[in-house]
Design a protein around this ligand. Structure first.
Ligand SMILES: [Zn+2]
Length: 438
């Protein structure tokens, strides 16, 4: 007897063959997908479940995986505008230092994570202060999260947030190492804000626990110039020289990378989290996605925080990731919709070391899936569901979201958290946030 059947839907599985099942039926038991077939081949499944949902006119696909976010920064959306990264960061850090406590970090995190979840993201990799508060927000909403200890050498909020980054990171790892919903990482901010010694200490902790390591890398030309002046090498060469590349290293951005650096990342199995919206809005540049894909680098996608890209929209991210390389290279055949859909699903799961569990709809995997409405004007007619998902779908098309077989979004609303009160709290905080940068 299955727990749940989703029937009559169009299933885009995002498996390695990009299998699509028209008029299909999916069975879920104990939070796992137990079967996914076309109705014709397995009509008897519906007789064996406690609950059956008809999804006629709906598309079902795996939950998206956002591989680079700062959910807590949702408190500061729209606060700092019209500046490039370095001057922008100066103001962001002032606002963060003046505002962030455990309480406000939880509030910002639940706003940012809920925005992700309502838009169909079931797993987020997040870098922020007070990571235990982000964990609490993810648990409350019922979603998966990869996060952990942050490292940051500059004076500022770090002076009071963490007495000792290493101790905090170790404690986080020890606490969550057995978790199936929290995937531990160390997340030093970047090579320009963290010394080589502290970067290596962060990586050593991750290695000790078999966990992940993620940092900002090669985001702007100014960063490249800074690292070259300080260490005589470009950012990726600097990370390489200190043994920080590898299959558990997730580098956010990689906008300014040359062929040698691309090969270094490919050869070491390093993962890239591409954040096109943030890179465009901060004037950072456009990452060479086509070249990185061609080299064999595992490419994933991220929104970055709401303070840089102003919304947390993985659909927009997919559309930009697929379209920008075509415009730059003046070729419509580079970076396919299938590649980009995998960047937002299966590749993210692989990057997190969760490819057996997440990233596609396949029997044996966790039942993390989203249900999209196909009745909107922009969905009719639909000749190819995969190009539709990458180029036409909006976050408002996401109606229901399931994590571990449990419905955490129902008809566009979070089921486990009343977000209205959180929005009132955020509005109440807004005047003091604004005053902090004036
Ligand atoms: Zn970032």
């Amino acid at each position: 007897m299955h727990d749940l059947l989703i029937k009559d839907a169009l299933f885009v599985t995002c498996d390695s063959n990009h299998k699509v099942v028209y008029d299909g039926i999916m069975a879920v038991s104990n939070g796992r997908i137990t079967a996914l077939e076309s109705n014709k081949s397995n009509a008897g499944l519906q007789l064996q479940a406690h609950q059956t949902l008809s999804a006629k006119g709906r598309l079902v696909m795996p939950g998206l995986i956002n591989m680079h976010c700062h959910a807590g920064d949702s408190l500061f959306r729209g606060l700092v505008e019209g500046l490039t990264l370095e001057s922008w960061l100066g103001k962001v850090w002032v606002a963060e230092k003046a505002t962030l406590t455990k309480h406000t970090t939880y509030l910002g995190s639940i706003l940012g994570l809920a925005e992700n979840l309502l838009a169909g993201v079931t797993t987020v990799m997040d870098m922020f202060w007070y990571p235990n508060e982000t964990v609490r927000a993810a648990n409350d909403l019922g979603m998966r999260l990869s996060t952990g200890g942050i490292f940051f050498d500059l004076p500022g909020i770090g002076d009071r947030v963490h007495v000792n980054y290493i101790t905090e990171a170790e404690k986080f790892m020890a606490k969550h190492q057995e978790s199936e919903t929290i995937f531990s990482a160390t997340l030093p901010h970047g090579s320009y804000t963290v010394s080589p010694k502290n970067l290596k200490d962060a990586k050593a902790i991750s290695d000790r626990y078999g966990a992940l390591f993620s940092t900002h890398a090669a985001e702007t030309q100014a960063e490249q110039a800074d690292i070259s002046t300080r260490y005589g090498k470009s950012v990726i060469r600097h990370l390489h020289a200190h043994g920080l590349l590898g299959p558990k290293s997730i580098l956010a951005h990689c906008v300014h990378v040359d062929t040698t650096e691309i090969n270094m990342m490919a050869d070491s199995g390093t993962i890239v989290a591409h954040n096109p919206m943030s890179n465009l809005k901060l004037g950072s540049g456009i990452a060479p996605v086509s070249q990185m894909l061609k080299s064999g680098i595992k490419m994933t996608l991220g929104t970055d925080g709401a303070i840089s890209g102003n919304d947390l929209d993985m659909w927009l991210t997919m559309r930009l990731a697929a379209s920008l390389p075509k415009g730059i290279m003046m070729r419509a055949d580079v970076v396919t919709a299938k590649e980009v859909l995998h960047m937002a699903t299966l590749n993210g799961a692989e990057a997190l070391g969760q490819s057996k569990n997440l990233g596609s709809l396949e029997p044996g995997k966790a039942a993390d899936f989203i249900v999209l409405d196909l009745s909107s004007i922009h969905a009719v007619p639909m000749f190819d569901p995969i190009t539709h998902l990458v180029y036409s779908t909006s976050k408002s098309d996401v109606r229901d979201v399931f994590v571990d077989g449990k419905k955490v979004v129902s008809d566009g609303k979070a089921t486990k958290v009343n977000m209205d009160q959180k929005l009132r709290n955020a509005n109440a905080l807004a005047p003091s946030i604004k005053a902090s940068v004036e």
